[in-house]
Design a protein around this ligand. Structure first.
Ligand SMILES: [Zn+2]
Length: 439
């Protein structure tokens, strides 16, 4: 994602004025004691002083305690949502039609409920996650280590990582396809490859829930050296692999529900983040999925686009540094169903984290409550091209960004094992809750 990490903690120079006001009052008290006029004057002065102090306090609270982004960052963050060309309040998802026994039935969007968490067998999830936690070991994890390399677009390491991800997803029983394309960039033509993996055996699916797990697998080019991007986004990718691994090990038939994994290419800007120099993969894929029918469903006669199939687009980013914090920063939607899905999904994730914490399976809580104020606003990332097409989003990105963000220090040495384990367990549990899978 984009965003300059620099933030400004602005202070309003109020202390001198406040001090002056106080000393003026003191002087008056000393020179004119005892008269009624003075008492009135003193009373008025006190009111003015108190009023002035309250005003100062207001400005202090609003400037001293809130974090302001620098201007370039703010312009990058405040992307237009909803886009102007979006028909007001329309829900493409709801208007999409299915054919069931020759009759058209609407695709009903699934709105998760927080109570969904109550059905989880946390003990069982903790056991299966504990057994596999070695796969996300920051030193030798089989799902993480192969990703902890510099892998800019076009590099040999990039294509190796692409092959590794594809082979793992296939190993876990997913149908893997690619969205390969060439595009002009600020540094010339580049080839990109998004990876799309979908669970098989949809059967008469279509009307079931589809959970889409997303992260980007390219790493940024830094002039100063090999940038690994361990939090950005090696760890998020490994966490998603781990969740799919769990599903394959449980061996549950997901039908009529389905899981899809989108590993985006070209998320990073080649130079400076702009709307054109960034999100190459997600912009291309969102546009494509908006027009293509779902291949597994079109063969069954269902006429619905791949985007319309998505019940929730869960995007993970900047995860793996110690003690991160997260807010509900999903893009606002004018569509009430989309809003409900987004809000409830964040609340569900927070509820699961709280439950796992209460049971002692997690030692910390990193998600801020749903309604807590986020000083970070919207953050531009791979979800934007999908949000602009009314896809419900759950954007899980640590804010503030990790200290190592976009520096050579964003590497394996600076990862925090606890945080990686924490999110591996949390996302596994969320996938089970969202899809209502019982183990
Ligand atoms: Zn980045």
């Amino acid at each position: 994602m984009n965003k300059s990490k620099k933030i400004k903690n602005r202070k309003t120079p109020i202390s001198n004025n406040a001090k002056k006001s106080q000393s003026d009052t003191d002087t008056d008290t000393a020179t004119k004691p005892g008269t009624t006029a003075f008492k009135m004057f003193k009373s008025q002065t006190s009111i003015y002083s108190i009023g002035f102090l309250l005003l100062c306090l207001f400005f202090f609270i609003n400037s001293g305690s809130s974090i302001k982004f620098t201007k370039p960052l703010k312009t990058k963050l405040d992307y237009n949502y909803p886009p102007e060309n979006m028909t007001n309040g329309s829900s493409k998802n709801l208007s999409a039609l299915f054919f069931e026994n020759g009759t058209q039935v609407p695709k009903v969007m699934y709105v998760p409920q927080v109570s969904q968490a109550d059905k989880l067998d946390y003990q069982a999830i903790n056991i299966i996650t504990g057994r596999d936690i070695k796969d996300v070991d920051i030193k030798s994890g089989s799902l993480l280590s192969p990703l902890l390399v510099a892998r800019p677009v076009g590099s040999e390491a990039h294509s190796k990582v692409n092959s590794f991800l594809s082979s793992k997803l296939k190993e876990y029983g997913m149908e893997v396809t690619y969205d390969n394309f060439t595009e002009s960039t600020v540094v010339g033509k580049k080839e990109f490859s998004n990876i799309i993996a979908t669970s098989k055996n949809l059967g008469s699916a279509g009307i079931g829930k589809r959970l889409v797990l997303c992260a980007h697998y390219d790493s940024k080019i830094l002039k100063t050296g090999d940038f690994v991007g361990a939090t950005d986004s090696s760890v998020p990718v490994a966490i998603i692999l781990s969740a799919v691994q769990m599903l394959s090990e449980i061996g549950v038939d997901l039908s009529p529900n389905s899981v899809q994994v989108l590993f985006f290419d070209g998320e990073e800007a080649f130079k400076d983040w702009t709307s054109k120099d960034s999100l190459y993969g997600s912009r291309h894929l969102a546009s494509k999925m908006d027009s293509l029918k779902d291949p597994s469903l079109s063969s069954l006669g269902y006429n619905i686009t791949q985007l319309e199939m998505i019940d929730l687009f869960l995007l993970l980013d900047l995860i793996g540094a110690s003690n991160p914090s997260f807010y509900n920063i999903n893009p606002a939607s004018s569509n009430p169903t989309t809003s409900s899905i987004q809000d409830n999904s964040y609340s569900l994730l927070a509820k699961i984290e709280a439950d796992l914490y209460d049971l002692g399976f997690l030692k910390k809580k990193f998600l801020n409550p749903f309604n807590s104020f986020s000083p970070f606003g919207k953050i531009d990332d791979d979800h934007r091209p999908f949000a602009e097409r009314n896809v419900p989003i759950l954007h899980i990105i640590s804010t503030p960004f990790p200290k190592v963000w976009h520096t050579l220090d964003d590497n394996a040495e600076n990862l925090d094992q606890y945080t990686v384990n924490h999110f591996t367990l949390l996302i596994r549990a969320f996938v089970l809750a969202f899809l209502d899978i019982h183990i």
